[in-house]
Design a protein around this ligand. Structure first.
Ligand code: PFF
Length: 447
């Protein structure tokens, strides 16, 4: 019931203030910013799309992020029991459980791409990547073999190792080092990209809006990306929120995470587009953009192997800190629900996630690429179900919970006056219909 001992209190694990901010930024910044954001910006119209994305971040991403943090800290449990602790109702906690399931499933295929980035980093540093010339063929050869499984295993194993060390001794310790390191690498790469001959065309594509390129579809894609990029809808920020000290301002944390997330996405764009344009490559490439287009650019740039290696290391670190947050959701659940030790919960979650993830790794060109579920590969199906179905449902549940079901969680956010009124107005009136819209659109009911 609502008054039972708050799950999660027992372990008493807590973030330091800076540790929480860094870990939440680490969760938000990931392949979504550095890999997906540039390529969808390339497809959906450049600067005008960037502007839409920023609007979605502010009116949807920020309020929902704050809502998740507040539910976590008020409920002091995992993504499922926090709802139970606050409402006493199993129905809410069932919806919370969808996040536990969803973040587990996201990890299983997200780690595939994270593994690719490690392979690309290594083969860029060694120069092996630049021996061949057709990067599309190389990408195809690599992804159709079995080695992606080994890289996926490595990245999941490393994540499990960090998570097993706990919240302050593992998750926050690594984020506090990796996130600033990421900033340094990003700035070096941005300086390189912006000084390439002909970089101006890329900057213009990325920052000078041409509104005639916008469609209804781009608006919905921008909204979906705002969710994914802020790590909301999967219980990640509820789980992290449950480790936040009472004194810390959730409002300030929300602003810091949103700002950091946006900044890193913009810098990623300022690396990818100037580089793409400078070498006369095509920005509307789709998912291959960073794996197929950029190596061509690195190969013909002085010190290209080093810059390329740095770029892929950057992707790997960003993906890694997101995986930490995603895996922590089921780990926290197993610890609360079955009273498992952190080590046991982490070992099982990581191992099962790897096994579940192998078919995804083999479905992007490998032996399972012809195995289709409803016309989609295993990888694409998981991506579709999690990003387009579970994520909007999760976001809607969080929104409605604060807006209509839990005064306690609403107060936990610590907002007052006009800010509070605006936040509640967005959660009650603006955000639910927008989420329903992306949902209907992405499952193909409206088009
Ligand atoms: N926000 C991460 C990214 O942009 O890559 C991905 C992500 C992490 C999505 C955690 C969802 C999530 F719950």
């Amino acid at each position: 019931g609502a008054s039972g001992p708050a799950a999660g209190e027992k372990s008493g694990e807590r973030f330091s203030s800076l540790g929480f901010i860094m870990s939440a930024i680490g969760s938000a910044i990931g392949l979504g910013n550095l890999w997906k954001f540039p390529y969808i910006t390339g497809i959906y119209g450049g600067a005008a799309f960037v502007l839409l994305f920023i609007i979605c971040l502010i009116i949807v991403g920020m309020p929902v992020l704050l809502a998740e943090m507040a539910i976590g800290r008020a409920g002091r449990g995992n993504a499922s029991t926090s709802f139970l602790n606050l409402s006493g109702s199993k129905r809410w906690s069932f919806f919370g459980f969808l996040g536990v399931f969803g973040s587990f499933m996201i990890t299983s295929f997200y780690s595939v791409i994270a593994g690719w980035t490690l392979h690309y980093a290594l083969s860029s540093f060694t120069g092996a990547l630049y021996k061949g010339t057709d990067y599309a063929v190389q990408f195809q050869t690599f992804t159709s073999g079995y080695s992606p499984i080994a890289w996926q295993f490595l990245i999941l194993g490393l994540s499990g190792w960090v998570i097993a060390r706990g919240v302050s001794g593992g998750i926050e310790k690594f984020n506090k080092v990796l996130i600033p390191a990421l900033a340094v690498v990003l700035l070096i790469l941005m300086a390189r990209a912006l000084t390439l001959p002909g970089a101006g065309a890329g900057i213009e594509f990325f920052l000078k809006p041409d509104f005639s390129k916008l469609t209804g579809e781009s608006a919905l894609v921008a909204l979906g990306q705002a969710f994914f990029s802020m790590s909301v809808g999967m219980g990640v920020m509820i789980t992290y929120g449950s480790y936040v000290k009472k004194e810390q301002s959730l409002g300030k944390a929300t602003v810091a995470v949103t700002g950091g997330n946006l900044l890193y996405a913009l810098i990623a764009g300022l690396i990818v587009f100037p580089t793409t344009f400078s070498f006369g490559l095509e920005p509307a490439q789709g998912p291959g953009l960073v794996f197929v287009v950029l190596p061509a650019a690195f190969s013909s740039m002085p010190l290209g192997a080093a810059f390329g290696g740095l770029f892929f290391i950057l992707l790997a670190i960003a993906a890694f800190t997101s995986i930490l947050s995603l895996l922590e959701v089921p780990v926290a659940f197993a610890m609360d629900r079955w009273k498992w030790s952190r080590l046991k919960a982490t070992s099982w979650t990581t191992a099962v996630c790897f096994i579940v993830g192998v078919p995804s790794a083999l479905s992007v060109g490998g032996v399972l690429s012809n195995f289709k579920i409803g016309g989609k590969t295993v990888f694409d199906s998981l991506d579709f179900v999690t990003s387009n179905i579970l994520l909007p449902i999760g976001g809607l549940v969080v929104t409605l919970f604060i807006a209509y079901a839990s005064k306690r969680a609403m107060e936990e956010a610590g907002l007052k006056g006009t800010l509070l009124r605006v936040w509640v107005f967005l959660l009650r009136i603006v955000i639910p219909p927008l989420i329903v819209l992306i949902f209907l659109y992405s499952v193909g009911i409206i088009s």
